[in-house]
Write a protein that binds this ligand. Structure first.
Ligand SMILES: [Zn+2]
Length: 520
């Protein structure tokens, strides 16, 4: 039993799309299903054909495709009360979805049977059995999702078991215990799953929600007690606080518990899959997401970094590459020499622990951070600072003078910038208009320099963030400007700080241009 394989059942497209702010078009759903198929997910639940036309269209398109690893499942409910199953329109739509797998949910909890369905305990058992048997007779693989399985069992274990048994005896391939309200504890899940495992002979699955932050822990507890299928969503999308997060469950099962599930080689694609789904769902990735988030293997404290430099696993629970993530060294005022060395090496700058300028670089970083600079988000400026301290950068140009002005009336305003730059013994003097002072300055600078450095023609500003520091001092507060630039291939980030927002922006712009010119 301990080495039993665990199947992954993804419900991102159905339960996940119930999450606030999540909405998928049919094309989105197909793209995600294809991604999950190539990742090796065993089942993809595409939607509820009885609930909306979009899901019906998804199944139409899915039926025409070849799936390599995944079996597509349609989701629906048991027949309505007092209706023959073959006359139930919703059940018919499930068959018309033409999927190899059909998942139906039914009631475990007497409270729901009586107060929500307004039917008898006996009719509920018949609804479960009739629907499962009908679908089995049509040749389907049938997964029975026992809604409120854990709450229902807690309330009346005998009746709960009777509902699961009804599904099993009618031929269900899986009975899945659902913590629909998401409020159960791992010990409860383990005890009830153990009980179900002892009484049932069919496969058991586990479907948990994350209302008290235990969705993943509860799924793992279910697996420990004998469940061989885990249902969840990518990135934990779902109603309220979400579903069991497959991006945590999968590596936990494969890399920690040592279960056979998604192949290890595929788990290396985990981060890519999660980011892809975030992208399609138009969600900002959660940087602190376990396993795959941007900060999951980021080291900041100097002593930690020193230890990681010597032995990576001394402060890492696993090799980040196992899930497609990577180690990041953060440089901040907590930094030690090791942070600088590792960061510099990461950026391709030749330094080691014995480089004599190291002490000065560290002192400079700490001094700048004290002034309000932040290099964690501005690696371009940090690379320049290190190279300058090492004496390895020749200034590409000098800004001799600049002027920014703004004039306007009730209808419109215009910003204009003038710059004078010197490259070697040649000078250039340019004027440019812009949508704002920073935009005008950026245009004027690049107009002045691109005659000398044609590569700058492709460079553009893609993001601009302003943060007011020590805002208690009102207008005299310092401003930190962070800008993102791109040349169409690479992106880099630079920072500037000053009491004057234009001056702070200018510093970040100059760093951005200088950083790009380092590469030539
Ligand atoms: Zn659910």
């Amino acid at each position: 039993m301990m080495s039993q394989a665990v199947e992954i059942y993804d419900t991102t497209l159905r339960d996940g799309s119930q999450g606030e702010g999540i909405s998928f078009s049919v094309a989105d759903k197909i793209r995600i299903a294809e991604k999950l198929d190539s990742f090796g997910v065993h089942y993809v639940e595409g939607g509820w054909p009885g609930s909306n036309p979009k899901d019906i269209e998804f199944f139409k398109q899915a039926a025409k495709r070849k799936w390599k690893n995944t079996r597509i499942a349609a989701f629906g409910s048991t027949r309505r009360k007092k209706v023959a199953v073959e006359d139930d329109a919703q059940v018919r739509l499930l068959l018309e979805a033409k999927t190899p797998v059909i998942t139906i949910f039914g009631k475990t909890w007497l409270l729901h049977v009586k107060e929500v369905l307004h039917t008898t305990p006996r009719e509920n058992l018949a609804m479960i059995a009739d629907t499962v048997r009908f679908l089995k007779d049509k040749g389907k693989y049938v997964i029975y999702d026992a809604e409120h399985a854990l709450d229902g069992y807690q309330d009346d274990p005998k009746y709960a078991l009777a509902t699961w048994q009804a599904a099993q005896d009618a031929g269900a391939d899986f009975v899945v215990l659902c913590d629909t309200n998401g409020g159960r504890l791992p010990t409860e899940v383990e005890n009830i799953t153990t009980e179900a495992r002892a009484k049932l002979s069919c496969n058991i699955g586990i479907h948990t929600h994350n209302d008290i932050g235990l969705g993943v822990a509860n799924a793992l507890a279910g697996v420990e007690a004998g469940a061989s299928q885990v249902q969840g969503t990518i990135n934990g999308y779902g109603e309220r606080t979400g579903n069991c997060n497959l991006t945590s469950v999968i590596p936990s099962l494969v890399l920690k518990v040592g279960r056979k599930s998604i192949p290890k080689a595929k788990v290396k694609k985990l981060r890519e899959v999660a980011r892809f789904v975030d992208e399609v769902a138009n969600q900002i990735p959660d940087r602190r997401q376990p396993w795959i988030g941007g900060t999951a293997f980021a080291h900041k404290g100097g002593m930690h970094v020193n230890a990681v430099q010597k032995v990576a696993h001394s402060f890492e629970h696993i090799n980040p590459e196992a899930v497609g993530n990577s180690r990041r060294i953060l440089v901040s005022d907590l930094a030690g020499r090791s942070n600088i060395v590792m960061k510099a090496q990461e950026m391709g700058i030749q330094v080691d622990n014995d480089t004599p300028q190291l002490k000065n670089i560290l002192a400079k970083v700490k001094e700048q951070e004290h002034l309000g600079y932040d290099y964690e988000g501005a690696e371009g400026s940090l690379a320049l600072l290190i190279r300058k301290a090492l004496g390895r950068v020749e200034p590409a140009f000098d800004l001799e003078a600049y002027h920014v002005s703004m004039r306007g009336d009730a209808l419109e305003h215009v910003c204009e910038a003038t710059v004078k730059v010197k490259v070697g013994d040649q000078s250039a003097h340019t004027v440019a208009d812009g949508d704002g002072p920073v935009n005008a300055l950026d245009q004027a600078l690049r107009n002045a320099l691109r005659g000398f450095y044609p590569v700058l023609k492709k460079v553009r500003l893609t993001d601009y963030k302003v943060r007011i520091l020590n805002s208690g001092t009102g207008t005299a507060a310092k401003t930190r400007v962070l800008i993102e630039s791109t040349d169409g291939k690479e992106r880099w980030y630079t920072v500037g700080v000053d009491v004057n927002i234009i001056e702070a922006s200018l510093q970040a712009l100059l760093d951005s241009i200088e950083y790009r010119l380092l590469k030539k």
